[in-house]
Design a protein around this ligand. Structure first.
Ligand SMILES: Nc1nc2c(c(=O)[nH]1)N[C@H]1C(S)=C(S)[C@@H](COP(=O)(O)OP(=O)(O)OC[C@H]3O[C@@H](n4cnc5c(=O)[nH]c(N)nc54)[C@H](O)[C@@H]3O)O[C@H]1N2
Ligand SMILES: Nc1nc2c(c(=O)[nH]1)N[C@H]1C(S)=C(S)[C@@H](COP(=O)(O)OP(=O)(O)OC[C@H]3O[C@@H](n4cnc5c(=O)[nH]c(N)nc54)[C@H](O)[C@@H]3O)O[C@H]1N2
Ligand SMILES: [Mo]
Length: 824
């Protein structure tokens, strides 16, 4: 057993392994100070909700409180490992400032209330709006952080009960492009690959994905391959010097917003040098000729000019990708939060399709998810499609769903695609949505162009309901605030980015009167007296397990079939990958192993969209394109970003994450070790741009775009010239008394535009034009992390350290005994 400072060493100690080998077990744990393993009364199974990786763990419970965590050695995802957020963020559950009672607005102020008062206000308003204006006066904006059972309940209430089309998740900001790219290429959502592909790949390519910071345990798996015999080559596409870039065989650092040009050039070289699998293409793929024609126009020199990347580096990267025997690729926000998001992400699918690299060990594509339960938002129909990956544009699918729900098909809105989040905000702004219920997301910090969003959410005519565990910036604008139980205080399932389903069990009671999101939704449905077509209750279930059983029926026969997964099996087995049914009782490691796709016109989730205009295709067009259910290669021309640099705004702005914080920091800022590792906002820029603006490390600077300004300290890094990076974690709840309370704005989204990818409708957080100016010297205490993408160029800066007791235990089973680690 070894103690390690896991803030200073986020990936822990290396456990090298060979290609084709088994990733060794290493059990990480952290217990509250003064608590030893013998003091723990119960170990309750769960998985992390701090990212999409699905790190399986046990919560340590003593005297009704969570006192620590320990990784699950037998789980397929993490083999016992935990990352810094997994190790420390659970402490936020016990914060003294948790919401414990419903709040209602009285005379302009939020005051403590009770469930009866709060829920009857919500129900009265719902009824009145349905009577006066119809169901489309009501909108729901949910999360990628609730549980499957909760989304399914909300989806049934909104689509089958109330009958509004205005239900979307914050997964729109997160992985709408993953879903759209998968639908575009394979006809349906669902990650083809598996994390075990890391064990077998000879080339691993990460496209706009800082896995080291955003999925640190998965990155440990890559690091352990790199440290072992026969390490894979690594390709990194990212404008910042991330830990991934530092470990890469080839790092391509394109200008933000130029991914399609780069991908087209990589495909150009691969096609021209004949590194394609003709047999696979002939048997399983449509659209190759179009792609060939399109990429012919993108020789490396052309992309080099557009992207600002040396043509030789593009050629070398293409050689690696084209020469790989087993290629694994991942894609995330550097591609998804861009103006040609779907077009770019689809090119990675194309790469795998034309090389025949799917469905075999080591040959996976992961169009990554970000949030822990984003996959479930999508599956359950809370994010742009109907439940079970059913197609809103296919009357048979709507009729089938209506049968499952026992409602008339007309009751389920399907006159057009479900309304996306940015359009929901527009309808609120226009005044046609008059009630908005926000659950498990903090749009007053996470949506683009915040001054606008504050105006939208603060509208007098809007009745805003916010369901959260803390009084966030968004909750402060609400008419009714509903206190939710957090992870660890409720039971439910969720699915990670490689389709692994975990059960997370209730370990402790929620504080005060807080209730689980499922209970809140079920209470709402009961109070509204929603009925099915025979007059029975629309939702007959009474808790998570009966909700899950209903979901299993809804998923039956669909690509995301859960019928073989039960709570008991999850308890026994740990994570299981869907689809899982009678024929595949142990789940399915890789999709499309047989070269058969979910893209048959009768069963596909979507007929696709035009990648440039975003217009949905109709069935006849789809049938003409893909009559026999093959995979679809789709070409795309490069288009420049909408917001171009100019004399007034000469820099490109991009935003994203740091290892130690999660989103708007409602949890990680309340965990002392994580907060101490990155306590304050900062702005990253290159030495060249710093010198041009007369800025030194640690100075106070102001970044400005056409949408707003923020002030923070400067961090000079090896980021590519001409690019500014801002972490988006810092809002206002712990910075004075809310926005504008005498402090200059600091949230990155003051700067971002109201704009989205036409196909996926995912907002653009990674491309805008900006300028920077020096305001003055900083306060002298530089607190930006030093062991991440944010590492300074300057010498003499102290290494990143956490707050009190940032150490964790790392236990290795005895040598040769890797697979027999006992469970606690
Ligand atoms: N520590 C931590 N981990 C998290 C989260 C968190 O908040 N904190 N959130 C989770 C969630 S919800 C998500 S969605 C994921 C996101 O995980 P990632 O996508 O890995 O994180 P980001 O930092 O948003 O963006 C990734 C990289 O995109 C690069 N990039 C910016 N612009 C471009 C571009 O134009 N082209 C290319 N190729 N790259 C570009 C950035 O430099 C950045 O390093 O992380 C999950 N994990
Ligand atoms: N500039 C910029 N903006 C971005 C991004 C970026 O890269 N750059 N990334 C985007 C992405 S990928 C994402 S995913 C979003 C994230 O944006 P948000 O979803 O707004 O961020 P969170 O802080 O995770 O908000 C989740 C909220 O749910 C609450 N919560 C936690 N658990 C529960 C629960 O069990 N029940 C309920 N009811 N509430 C709970 C938390 O307290 C928190 O307030 O931000 C997006 N915005
Ligand atoms: Mo996300």
């Amino acid at each position: 057993m070894k103690r390690t400072d896991r803030i200073a060493e986020p990936w822990g100690t290396r456990t090298p392994y060979d290609r084709g080998g088994t990733w060794p077990v290493r059990v990480d744990s952290h217990l509250a100070e003064g608590i030893g393993a013998d003091d723990v009364e119960r170990w309750v199974p769960s998985a992390s909700v701090m990212h999409s990786n699905g790190d399986a763990l046990y919560l340590a419970v003593r005297e009704g409180e969570i006192v620590g965590v320990r990784g699950r050695p037998d789980d397929r995802v993490n083999h016992g490992r935990l990352d810094p957020k997994d190790l420390f963020a659970w402490q936020a559950n016990a914060s003294r400032d948790r919401l414990t009672r419903p709040l209602v607005r009285e005379g302009g102020e939020l005051v403590e209330s009770d469930w009866e008062t709060a829920m009857s206000r919500v129900v009265t308003r719902t009824r009145r709006l349905m009577d006066e204006q119809g169901a489309s006066a009501i909108g729901f904006y949910t999360s990628g952080q609730l549980f499957l059972e909760e989304y399914y309940a909300l989806s049934l209430i909104a689509r089958g009960g109330i009958g509004t089309n205005h239900l979307d998740g914050n997964t729109r900001l997160c992985t709408a492009t993953a879903a759209e790219a998968l639908k575009s290429s394979f006809g349906c959502d669902g990650q083809p690959g598996s994390y075990t592909d890391i064990d077998h790949a000879d080339v691993i390519a990460l496209f706009g994905h800082n896995m080291a910071e955003s999925q640190a345990v998965l990155w440990s798996r890559v690091l352990d391959r790199l440290a072992g015999p026969h390490p894979p080559a690594l390709v990194c596409v990212d404008p910042r010097p991330t830990p991934v870039a530092r470990a890469a065989t080839i790092h391509l650092a394109p200008k933000p917003g130029t991914n399609v040009a780069l991908m087209n050039a990589l495909l150009h070289v691969i096609v021209r040098t004949g590194r394609i699998d003709r047999d696979y293409i002939d048997a399983h793929v449509v659209g190759f000729d179009d792609l060939q024609r399109c990429v012919a126009e993108y020789p490396p020199e052309r992309a080099a000019e557009i992207c600002g990347v040396p043509a030789d580096d593009i050629r070398r990267a293409a050689q690696l990708l084209g020469g790989a025997e087993r290629l694994m690729s991942t894609v995330l926000q550097g591609f998804y939060q861009s103006h040609q998001a779907t077009a770019a992400a689809v090119q990675v699918n194309n790469l795998h399709l034309i090389r025949g690299m799917l469905g075999r060990r080591g040959c996976g594509v992961l169009q990554m998810n970000g949030q822990p339960t984003a996959q479930n938002t999508r599956e359950c129909g809370a994010d742009g499609d109907l439940p079970g990956f059913r197609n809103w544009n296919n009357d048979e699918h709507v009729a089938e769903l209506a049968r499952i729900w026992n409602v008339a098909p007309e009751r389920i809105p399907h006159y057009g695609p479900p309304t996306h989040a940015m359009q929901i905000m527009r309808y609120v702004e226009d005044g046609s949505i008059r009630m908005l219920w926000v659950s498990g997301t903090n749009p007053a910090v996470s949506l683009p162009e915040l001054h606008r969003i504050r105006g939208v959410l603060g509208r007098k005519r809007l009745f805003l309901v916010v369901q959260d565990i803390f009084l966030t910036e968004t909750a402060q604008l609400a008419d009714v605030v509903l206190p939710a139980a957090a992870w660890g205080e409720k039971t439910g399932t969720f699915t990670n980015a490689d389709r692994t389903v975990h059960l997370s069990e209730k370990a402790v009671d929620p504080p005060g009167d807080a209730r689980s999101d499922l209970d809140i939704f079920l209470d709402y449905a009961a109070r509204l007296d929603l009925r099915d077509k025979d007059g029975g209750p629309l939702i007959p279930w009474d808790g998570p397990e009966s909700a899950f059983a209903a979901w299993q029926e809804c998923s039956r026969g669909r690509p995301c079939d859960y019928t073989g997964i039960t709570y008991d099996r999850l308890r026994e087995h740990g994570g299981i990958q869907w689809p899982c049914d009678d024929e595949r009782p142990d789940g399915t490691e890789r999709l499309y192993a047989d070269g058969r796709f979910f893209s048959d016109p009768a069963s596909c989730e979507s007929y696709g969209r035009d990648l440039v205009t975003g217009a949905p295709l109709e069935e006849p067009e789809y049938r003409a394109l893909n009559p026999s259910g093959k995979a679809m290669v789709k070409a795309a021309e490069y288009l420049p970003p909408h917001e171009q640099t100019s004399d007034g705004y000469p820099l490109l702005l991009t935003t994203g994450r740091t290892l130690y914080h999660f989103h708007t920091r409602t949890k990680t800022a309340r965990a002392p070790q994580l907060q101490a590792a990155a306590p304050k906002m900062w702005i990253e820029l290159s030495r060249h741009d710093a010198e041009a603006a007369g800025v030194a490390e640690g100075d106070l600077v102001e970044a400005t775009t056409p949408h707003g300004s923020v002030r923070a300290t400067a961090r000079i890094t090896a980021i590519r010239e001409g690019v500014l990076f801002l972490p988006f974690h810092y809002g206002y709840w712990d910075d004075g008394d809310g926005h504008g309370a005498g402090r200059p704005p600091r949230a990155a989204n003051e700067l971002t535009p109201t704009d989205w990818d036409p196909a996926s409708k995912q907002p653009l957080f990674k491309t805008a034009a900006a300028r920077i100016r020096r305001i003055g010297a900083g306060d002298g205490a530089q607190t930006v992390p030093t062991n991440t993408a944010s590492a300074p160029l300057t010498e003499g800066i102290a290494p990143t350290r956490g707050g009190p007791a940032a150490e964790a235990e790392e236990a290795r089973p005895p040598a040769g005994d890797d697979d027999q680690e006992a469970t606690p």
